[in-house]
Design a protein around this ligand. Structure first.
Ligand code: ADP
Ligand code: ADP
Length: 223
């Protein structure tokens, strides 16, 4: 399995309303994202998208079900994903340091990634000194540095203004097309899902379950 495989996930939380009750956030959710495939999970707020992503990322345990990935997925969140005490370049270098990539190789890879996301001139800036769009570019570059074959994204452009969002969507597609990563991208925007995805998985809530899966055969031009 080189992509992501999620099988029969259930997740229950203690209910906020009654001590004797549970809130079923996910009901029997199964999906696969193959290598090189871009899948969007689309659904209204509260339907369990983030719960699904956190479980797929290994950040939370399901009540039932399994997640299979060849390596730990990289994750890009909506906000607060970059370390404020590190510069743009240091943020991107972080996963390389963790993997003990030698200094010269690390520097070369960071330069490459900075160039890929258009932040070369901002390498030594701190997150507080750059725009929200640049912070998300940093976050994407850091996830790419992680080298995993599965990329999970939880509304990564949700906090950005419309214009920046459209630019970053196109950038992400351009970058992703150069990789063979399996991407699971969460959004509540139909527009965003149709712009990005090869396949859209639609969820409904209470309980959070998959109600439809749609292949997008038209969409963006591909080689
Ligand atoms: P979405 O990402 O689609 O907005 P979430 O996965 O955040 O949905 O939430 C799904 C449901 O689970 C919501 O009803 C939410 O309130 C509930 N939920 C999520 N996380 C927790 C938690 N840690 N404890 C209790 N309930 C939670
Ligand atoms: P989203 O942006 O995905 O809709 P929220 O902003 O509602 O998520 O939730 C943010 C965080 O709060 C998540 O980590 C989620 O697990 C947690 N959370 C959401 N609902 C609850 C809840 N009812 N009780 C406890 N934690 C919750």
């Amino acid at each position: 399995m080189s992509g992501l495989s999620v099988r029969n996930l259930w997740k229950a939380y203690p209910s906020a309303e009654s001590k004797d009750d549970v809130l079923v956030a996910l009901e029997d959710v199964s999906l696969e994202v193959r290598e090189g495939e871009f899948v969007c999970v689309l659904g209204p707020s509260g339907c369990g998208k983030s719960t699904l992503l956190r479980i797929a990322a290994g950040l939370e345990k399901p009540s039932l079900g399994t997640v299979e990935t060849p390596s730990r997925p990289s994750v890009v969140f909506q906000e607060h994903g970059v370390f404020p005490w590190l510069t743009v370049a240091e943020n991107i270098a972080y996963p390389l340091r963790l993997r003990r990539v030698p200094r010269a190789q690390r520097a070369a890879r960071v330069a490459e990634l900075l160039d890929l996301v258009g932040l070369t001139e901002f390498a030594s800036y701190y997150p507080a000194q750059i725009s929200g769009g640049m912070r998300q570019r940093t976050s994407v570059a850091r996830a790419l540095a992680d080298d995993g074959s599965v990329l999970l994204m939880d509304e990564p452009f949700g906090a950005l203004d419309e214009q920046t969002r459209v630019v970053l969507q196109q950038e992400l597609l351009r970058i992703w097309e150069q990789t063979s990563k399996a991407v699971l991208f969460i959004t509540h925007s139909v527009d965003e899902a149709l712009t990005l995805a090869d396949r859209v998985v639609v969820m409904s809530h209470r309980p959070g379950r998959i109600i439809a899966e749609v292949e997008i055969p038209f969409g963006r031009p591909r080689d």
